[in-house]
Ligand binder design. Structure first.
Ligand SMILES: O=P(O)(O)O[C@@H]1[C@@H](OP(=O)(O)O)[C@H](OP(=O)(O)O)[C@H](O)[C@H](OP(=O)(O)O)[C@H]1OP(=O)(O)O
Ligand SMILES: Nc1ncnc2c1ncn2[C@@H]1O[C@H](COP(=O)(O)OP(=O)(O)OP(=O)(O)O)[C@@H](O)[C@H]1O
Ligand SMILES: [Zn+2]
Length: 467
């Protein structure tokens, strides 16, 4: 590997965002090798432990059990370089499933400890405080992942293009249908995991109001419902929606949960869009909505993503039993059940070892697909671009054609050790949601009025209608 980022390079990298695991910097310097690139750096939790108590330093390489789990993916297990596993997973597992046109696995690049320390110092002020408290740049890690900046149009194109990019974290787009969902959790078959999780997040103070977004609308394939979903994202972006203008954030929260979109934010956003969408006052946001909807429909990426999400076909309530089969531990779920209750899972416990591996592997792949994001990037098309390979959409109202490109980002491998956490979180989400329904019913009986769930749909929609 020829290039190494050193202390003197740190000033060229600016904060772009972060999630739970990675911090992302965009290049702002003049080296041709890095123009149009971002670098993803691993973070280390400040308590030194992952949520399940595993030491972070051991968590990069595949564990022996994971090597068995992924044994059919030769490229993953034959790699002697533990640090490359994450990238190989994207290249050899996710890319074939989601389509090579939409996935960029990036490349590893070496970084010195001094580079990481200085970068961390430079960006701390821009990071959400709770993210700073939770984790820091992992200065023990001597590599980063260099990727194309998907919020920009490729460098090397004939002209510098103004562009708008939209980042969507769609989350799970279907209702589970597994027969292993217990009677007590039947609500899961009718209510999205996203909607139920909102109640838990509100309870924990992670969000200030419930989201207007419904993943089922986004994945519906219907133009009207996709538009409704995007309106919901515009009103309550949380960590599900961001918009960038020429690579700079103009809506949503950098690195975390955004403020809800009030009239003031909506007006400012509308004004920013004017530099790319040529239309009379008040209609830019509406037009962006049309662009995004059409690009999503034309590209077909959501159908692909949904198919991969549906590899989770028996739900965590089934998967957990296969997990205990492959770890050869006593099943902690069946242990708590009566003989009669445990019967429903007997078929899972009598499955072959390979079948158990397949179940868990498919579930983890689906988990990646439920947590990734999409970046859609648009630029107005002109004559010079007529020979270019990009897809395009036409805005009837402004008579403008736009090139667009779509990429999945954050296709990280989910670790085997998280399966137990997934089971526990699922229980918490359902239990909190059921509690809320019970409370609402109680209130309704007392007051005879509709219970208030904390969301303000009418007000929220009005904000977008005013845009
Ligand atoms: O479990 P979920 O659905 O809450 O997803 C987690 C995300 O929370 P969200 O609900 O999208 O705000 C969570 O996102 P935030 O940190 O909340 O922005 C992470 O993406 C986490 O993945 P990992 O720890 O990076 O592997 C995600 O965990 P996984 O379940 O994908 O492992
Ligand atoms: N290739 C890219 N081009 C442009 N922006 C990017 C790219 N990769 C990441 N980003 C930005 O950086 C942010 C954080 O990246 P990413 O989602 O990969 O972090 P993460 O820690 O893996 O997230 P999560 O918590 O969801 O696991 C993204 O939300 C996006 O805004
Ligand atoms: Zn069991």
């Amino acid at each position: 590997m020829a290039l190494t980022l050193k202390e003197e390079d740190a000033a060229d990298w600016v904060y772009r965002g972060e999630g739970a695991v990675n911090l992302v910097l965009a290049y702002a310097g003049s080296s041709p090798s890095f123009i149009g690139k971002v670098i993803r750096l691993r973070k280390a939790p400040n308590n030194g432990l992952e949520s399940n108590g595993v030491s972070v330093r051991n968590s990069i390489a595949l564990t022996p059990q994971e090597r068995i789990l992924w044994k059919n993916v030769d490229q993953l297990i034959s790699s002697s370089d533990k640090e490359i596993v994450g990238q190989l997973y994207v290249e050899h597992v996710m890319k074939p499933l989601l389509g090579s046109n939409y996935v960029d696995a990036g490349m590893h690049i070496l970084v010195t400890r001094e580079f990481l320390e200085l970068v961390e110092k430079n960006v701390t002020g821009q990071r959400p405080v709770w993210r700073v408290d939770a984790a820091r740049v992992d200065t023990e890690c001597d590599f980063g992942l260099l990727m194309s900046d998907h919020s920009l149009f490729a460098y090397g194109s004939p002209r510098p293009s103004p562009c708008i990019s939209v980042e969507i974290k769609p989350k799970c787009g279907f209702l589970p249908f597994s027969r292993f969902i217990s009677e007590g959790n039947a609500i899961k078959r009718r209510t999205t995991r996203f909607e139920m999780h909102q109640i838990l997040k509100l309870h924990h103070g992670e969000i200030s109001r419930l989201s207007e977004y419904n993943p089922l609308d986004l994945f519906s394939g219907s133009k009207e419902r996709i538009q409704k979903a995007i309106k919901g994202l515009l009103i309550t972006p949380q960590n599900n929606f961001r918009v960038f203008l020429n690579g700079s954030l103009i809506l949503g929260g950098l690195g975390g949960v955004a403020k809800n979109t009030d009239v003031c934010i909506a007006k400012k956003f509308e004004d920013e869009l004017k530099s790319v969408i040529e239309v009379d006052d008040g209609l830019c946001t509406e037009n962006l909505l049309t662009l995004v909807t059409e690009a999503l429909q034309k590209s077909g990426v959501l159908d692909k993503l949904l198919d991969v999400q549906k590899l989770d076909s028996i739900d965590i309530e089934g998967v957990i039993h296969a997990y205990y089969n492959i770890t050869s531990e006593q099943c902690m779920v069946c242990k708590e059940l009566s003989e009669e209750q445990a019967k429903i899972y007997a078929s899972l416990h009598s499955a072959s070892f390979d079948e158990s591996l397949r179940i868990v592997k498919d579930y983890l792949i689906a988990a990646t697909a439920k947590d990734c994001s999409l970046m859609l990037c648009f630029r107005p098309r002109n004559e010079e671009d007529s020979g270019m390979v990009y897809n395009n959409v036409y805005l009837e109202s402004t008579k403008q054609a736009f090139d667009f490109k779509v990429y999945f980002i954050d296709l990280d491998l989910k670790r085997l050790s998280k399966v137990r956490d997934y089971y526990e979180l699922d229980k918490k989400i359902v239990s909190r949601y059921r509690q809320k329904i019970k409370l609402d019913r109680g209130r309704k009986e007392v007051t005879g009025l509709e219970a208030c769930n904390g969301s303000l749909p009418a007000t929220g929609i009005a904000v977008v209608e005013q845009m």
